[in-house]
Design a protein around this ligand. Sequence first.
Ligand code: ARG
Length: 373
Amino acid sequence: MRVNSWNGWDPLTHVIVGRADGTMVQAPEPTVVRDWPDDGFPAGAYGPLPDDMVQAANAQLDAFADLLRSRGIRVDRPDVIDFGRPVSTPDWEQGSMFGCMPPRDVLVTVGSEILEATMSYRSRWFEYLCYRPLLDSYFRDDPDMRWEAAPKPRLTDDAYKPGFWPEYEALGFDEQIARVRENDLALTEIEPLFDAADIARCGKDLFVQLSMVTNRSGVDWLRRHFPEHRVHPVTFGNTHPVHIDATWVPLRPGLVLHCGEREAEEDLVQYFKINDWEIVSAARPAKTWDELPKLCFCSPWLSMNVLSLSPDTVCVEAGETAQMELLDSLGFEVVPVPFWDVAPFGGGLHCSTVDIHREGELQDYFPKRYGRF
Ligand code: ARG
């Protein structure tokens, strides 16, 4: 086996697919307080997601894994640990962990390197442990695999803005977007913090969303860690930015899918355009906010959280008809995959996976510079 993946679209041959088992509505922590009074989890309450939901999600995850295998793709699965256990470091105690459905959040593959992200929630600090048996086996089986972990963050109270959410929620849309553009959000800059799912890989260019879980220091760390790449911090007009893969999803050289509701910065748009990329607005999601599954902390835009199997084949949630038709009209073979039962466990088809091997080498898809890019 060989670890190799430079972008999100080259032919996929080896992938990790997450598991729903044991996933928690996590215990409160400085910037995460779940509040679902109608579904058994009023603010401050925490505990495992209901069994029937776990079974339904696992059925979809297993079927997805089988579908990938039927296409000749090797699929590995993480180790489930006891996410209900309280955890601590010398700096803090946290009532529970979270789960291991979305490997995309924790790991990023860049060429022959797999990098473990810092993560920025205390409940997710130990999540890398679920992937260690796999990472260890890749390290043994591939003599060229580079196994890296970003500096484990301390996540003291000083890593978070005190009283962030009440103050932020009281702002209007424009004020919130101004804060997003400045990345004046939940995290301070006391240490580098990022989730892997804020990174969109396009060969030599890595686009990293500044978000509720990724700060400037985190992007700066990535820039210094990948000196052969161009690492670009980017923002979108999304009041609650968490992970780039329901906002800006490159599908093949020259085509990126964009959540039109979340405006891209003008320089980013121009950078894509002068390099002959087409920016296509994702189709309206099939679900409204009210129709999301219970205990779901993601948005209806999981509709565009698609997984490319190659530059002309893409897996799309099976109920997202408009999205499937749009991709079909753009010349893709669309593979429908039922997946909404997985959403409450942390995301869609892209979130639930992480590439270990795609054919293809490092390429520069953006030869022309523009503005700060
Ligand atoms: N926060 C995004 C949205 O709701 C979902 C992104 C999920 N991505 C992930 N890798 N877990 O629009």
